[in-house]
Design a protein around this ligand. Structure first.
Ligand code: G6P
Length: 618
């Protein structure tokens, strides 16, 4: 989704902004732009629809000037076009703004500002909601307010969640940044005689690991020597920065053709890192020092609700299964964007677990604040980003230690979230006494095999590539699973849609007879997730029904399962796993199948069209 960068210092801002935007490309975008101001206040705004290389190609001469802001836009209001790309300037050209988020009341504000604009013989320059922001700021400046007060006043007029960066011709030498609500963060990076800002840490890491995260309501004034922050209700202060230990090398692609492929291969390590120190078998313990929720609180939990969006929702569905099976606690899952607008019946004894790799997905955060405002139920966030909004809203967080995930389609964070959910189920079961010490130890021992199950699943990459190649012209896929494999069938279908733009549906195999079977014929491949487990025979019946309609079957089952292998058109063997652990064995295979279908279709795997890594708009 949209990305923001900014620079102030002795160097030429333009190339630094472009390089920062490149590091944000993975978030997904459809246009980009930069604005640079020199010390005399001369302004250059350059923006283009398309990829960053289109913007770079359009720049005849890099503007001079050591102050600037840049943006990658993912269109919400107004089509992707040069004129709708950010930055946007006030009609008098004094204030230039980039925004992540949505100004929900932009129509009202445009109507309010319309007469003034008309009087000055000017008109709106874009179809975006963002353009009202510089206009509001410049109106406040015109009545003699300081720029900080103008920003506070302008932001107070906006409805919705917004993260912005701004520069002003009246104050060359500074950039301004502000955050209101959960439209993604703003991180300020400290250099020597130079300062940086970005919506995401990876854009800063090549320059600095000394950073400060803006809080909701903060307005920051940044010059080459540092930052002063002012909140709507706070005295101005100079924050104390943090040191982050993210390794810039970890975000490079290395020998892999795509970040997604690299991240699929990183899953065993991501799992080991997430489990390390949190699952002990002798004496058994889970999340002992990690969960800031005491056993007394966990003992009082009578129900668990797991929420998320996209891939995280599928992890939540599997988590629900484990919480019921391992912890013996009634559990549900819900799509955060639906849950937040319902009036479900929760209570203080319901534990709400939000799964969100980014920690910034607007619907998940909306659901969390819905829970807090309405029920005050205890909340846990499972996320990959320390310090993200979800961690701040939750009572306790489980950080999955996956390292930065760059591919837009989540892979290793899915595996990491699964490990965290499994650990939570174990801890909950033990705290409530529903899991005996021996079963607790057994469940944890099984989890310790997850990295090697994933590793062996990855070993099927060549087979996945060969099968994907054979089916790469299919226009539909049906993916079937039962029990704990049903959410995986949905995740497999999501991966096919995200990466290959092929229509795919994930279905509970038992439901197939109630509709989808009508679609099947020789051109409609079916992927069947069928490891040997309690529901294997039922999966076999479903596969027979598919075969009777002549639809080609690609089965993913236990290595050496000849009965299954000989019955289907294509077979991929994964390591046999205990029934609760099959998601770890199957995950890499469903990811690799989708990856290779997309690869053989020549698609943009790390940045699929229309998608964003962090969805900060509704
Ligand atoms: C976007 C990403 C998905 C991700 C979903 C939820 O759609 O492209 O990969 O699963 O958001 O994101 P979250 O950060 O909340 O896990």
């Amino acid at each position: 989704m949209c990305g923001i960068v900014g620079y102030v210092g002795r160097q030429s801002a333009g190339p630094i902004l472009l390089e920062g935007l490149q590091r944000l490309e993975y978030r997904g975008y459809d246009s980009s732009g930069i604005a640079v101001i020199d010390h005399d206040g001369a302004l250059a705004v350059l923006k283009r629809q398309g990829k960053l290389r289109d913007l770079e190609a359009s720049i005849e001469r890099m503007p001079s000037g050591g102050v600037g802001i840049g943006h990658t836009r993912w269109a919400t209001h107004g089509e992707p076009s040069d004129r709708n790309a950010h930055p946007h300037a006030s009609s008098n050209g004094d204030v230039i703004v980039v925004q992540n988020g949505i100004v929900e009341n932009y129509r009202e504000l445009k109507a309010e500002l319309h007469d003034e604009l008309e009087l000055a013989g000017r008109d709106w320059q874009s179809d975006t909601d963002t353009e009202v922001i510089p206009e509001l700021i410049s109106r406040e400046l015109a009545v003699g307010r300081s720029i900080e007060d103008a920003l506070i006043s302008a932001l107070s007029r906006l409805r919705g969640a917004n993260a912005i960066a701004a520069v002003s011709r009246r104050h060359p030498g500074r950039i301004y940044a502000a955050r209101k609500g959960s439209a993604g963060g703003i991180v300020i990076g400290y250099g020597e005689g130079e300062m940086f800002i970005a919506s995401d840490l990876p854009a800063l890491l090549a320059h600095t690991t000394t950073v400060h995260h803006l809080e909701d309501g903060d307005i920051a004034t940044i010059d080459a020597d540092g930052v002063t922050i002012q909140g709507a209700e706070r005295e101005a202060f100079r924050p104390t920065p943090l040191q982050v230990d993210l390794d810039p090398v970890a975000i490079a692609r290395g020998p892999y053709r795509h970040f997604m492929l690299k991240e699929i291969h990183e899953q065993p390590r991501a799992l080991s890192d997430t489990i390390r120190g949190r699952a002990r078998v002798d004496p058994p313990s889970a999340l002992a020092d990690d969960l800031a929720l005491r056993d007394e609180t966990l003992r009082g939990i009578e129900r668990v609700l797991v929420i998320g969006m996209g891939t995280s929702l599928h992890a939540a569905m599997i988590g629900r299964w484990w919480i019921e099976q391992i912890a013996g606690v009634p559990a549900d899952f819900d799509n955060a964007s639906e849950f937040r607008f319902r009036a479900p019946l929760l209570g203080p004894s319901t534990l709400v677990v939000s799964v969100t790799q980014s920690g910034e997905t607007i619907d998940t955060l909306g659901a969390m604040s819905h829970v807090r405002a309405r029920w005050g139920a205890p909340q846990i966030a499972i996320t990959n980003v320390d310090g993200s909004e979800a961690t701040r809203m939750a009572d306790a967080s489980i950080l999955i230690r996956c390292g930065p995930e760059v591919g837009v389609a989540s892979t290793k964070t899915f595996a990491g979230s699964l490990a965290a959910l499994y650990l939570l189920a174990c801890r909950l079961g033990r705290a409530r006494g529903s899991l005996s010490e021996a079963d607790f130890a057994d469940a944890l021992e099984q989890l310790l095999t997850a990295p090697s199950l994933v590793d062996r699943g990855i070993g099927q990459a060549a087979r996945c590539a060969e099968i994907a190649q054979r089916h790469n012209s299919a226009t539909n896929f049906l993916v079937l699973g039962r029990g704990i494999e049903y959410p995986l069938a949905m995740e497999a279908a999501l991966k096919c849609k995200e990466l290959s733009y092929v229509h795919a549906e994930g279905y509970a195999a038992g439901e197939m007879k109630h509709g989808p079977i009508a679609l099947l014929d020789g051109s409609f491949p079916v992927i069947a997730l069928a490891p040997r487990g309690p529901l294997f025979d039922k999966m076999m019946s479903a596969i027979q029904q598919v075969r009777a309609r002549r639809a080609p079957v690609i089965a993913v089952g236990d290595e050496g399962d000849d009965e299954l292998a000989t019955m289907v058109d294509d077979f991929i063997g994964v390591p046999p796993a205990p029934p609760l652990l099959t998601p770890f064995a199957l995950t890499p295979v469903i990811q690799l199948l989708a990856y290779h279908i997309a690869l053989s279709r020549g698609l943009d795997i790390d940045q699929p069209r229309n998608l964003a890594k962090t969805v900060t708009v509704e």
